[in-house]
Design a protein around this ligand. Structure first.
Ligand code: HEM
Length: 230
C-alpha cells in the first residue's frame, strides 16, 4: 500500500495558529468579502445587483463604512500578533530571487524559511499599508458623520485614493487566496490550526526546527489523530 494512503501510519501535525487567531482571521476575511461586494455595488452601476444581499442601495451605503471600521479593528488585532514573524530578513531576498525554483517546486534550490515566505510577508505589509489608507480616506468620505469637516475637493481626492487602494487590496487578497490553494496543505493551517510535518519541512523548515527546538513537541505534534486533507 502507498505510504500516503496507509491509514495505520501516524502523521505528524504542527500547530500554526491558535483558535482565537483563526476566528480573528475568518472574521477579517468575511468582512473583507462583504466590503468588496458592497463597495463594488456602489462603484459601478452595472454591479448594483451586488447590493441585493444588503437590502438595496441605501442600506448598502449605510453598512459599508461600519464594515470598514470593523475590518480595520479586526485586521490590526491580527497584524499585531503576526508582526514579529513578518519582519524581513536575508532569506527572503535569497528565496524571492529564485523565482523559477519557486514556480517549478524545486525546493532543493530554495533556502530554509521561517514561518512566512517573502510572498506572504508582502501580502501582510501591503495590507498593513492599505487598510489604514482605506480607513482614513473612508472616514473623510463618510458624509453622515464627517461630511462637514472637509472640503468637496478633499473628499474627491479621498474618494479616488479610496477606490485605488481598494482595487489593490482586492487584487492582493485574490493572490493570497490563490496561493493558499496552490500550495497544497496550507488551508488546514487556518481551518484546523495545524499543518502536516511534511508541509512544514518542505515550506518552512526553519520555523519547524525552531518550533521543535523550543521543546513544544509534546504539546505541538499530534500523531495519527487526523488523516483527512494533507
Ligand atoms: C477571503 C478568504 C481568505 C482565505 C481563503 C485566506 C486563507 C489564509 C490561509 C490558508 C492562511 C494561512 C497561511 C499560512 O499560515 O501559511 C492565511 C493567513 C493569513 N491571512 Fe488570510 N485568507 C483570506 C482572507 C484574508 C484577508 C481578507 C486578510 C486581511 C485583510 C488576510 C490576512 C491574513 C494574514 C495576515 C495571514 C497570516 C500570514 C502572514 O502574516 O503573512 N486573509 N490566510
Amino acid at each position: 500500500m502507498d505510504a500516503g494512503t496507509d491509514r495505520t501510519t501516524p502523521r505528524l501535525y504542527v500547530p500554526r495558529y491558535t483558535a482565537l487567531q483563526r476566528v480573528n482571521h475568518w472574521i477579517t476575511a468575511i468582512l473583507f468579502v462583504l466590503l468588496t461586494l458592497s463597495g463594488l455595488a456602489m462603484y459601478y452601476p452595472w454591479l448594483y445587483f451586488l447590493s441585493a444581499p444588503f437590502g438595496g442601495g441605501p442600506p448598502t451605503r449605510a453598512v459599508h463604512p461600519w464594515l470598514g471600521v470593523a475590518l480595520a479593528v479586526c485586521f490590526f488585532a491580527l497584524a499585531i500578533q503576526f508582526l514579529r514573524n513578518n519582519l524581513w530578513n536575508r532569506d527572503d531576498i535569497r528565496w524571492a530571487s529564485r523565482f523559477k525554483s519557486i514556480m517549478f517546486n524545486e525546493h532543493e534550490n530554495l533556502p530554509e524559511l521561517g514561518k512566512y515566505n517573502a510572498g506572504q510577508k508582502a501580502v501582510y505589509w501591503l495590507q498593513l499599508l492599505l487598510v489604514p489608507i482605506l480607513l482614513v480616506t473612508g472616514l473623510i468620505i463618510w458624509q453622515v458623520y464627517f461630511g462637514r469637516l472637509t472640503t468637496i475637493e478633499t473628499q474627491r481626492v479621498a474618494l479616488l485614493i479610496h477606490a485605488l487602494a481598494a482595487s489593490i487590496a482586492i487584487t492582493v487578497i485574490i493572490i493570497h487566496i490563490y496561493a493558499g490553494i496552490w500550495i497544497k496543505g496550507t488551508g488546514r493551517a487556518m481551518t484546523r490550526g495545524t499543518v502536516s510535518g511534511g508541509w512544514a519541512y518542505l515550506h518552512h523548515r526553519k520555523w519547524l526546527r525552531e518550533t521543535l527546538a523550543r521543546g513544544d513537541q509534546g504539546r505541538t505534534v499530534k500523531a495519527g489523530s487526523a488523516y483527512g486533507g494533507e
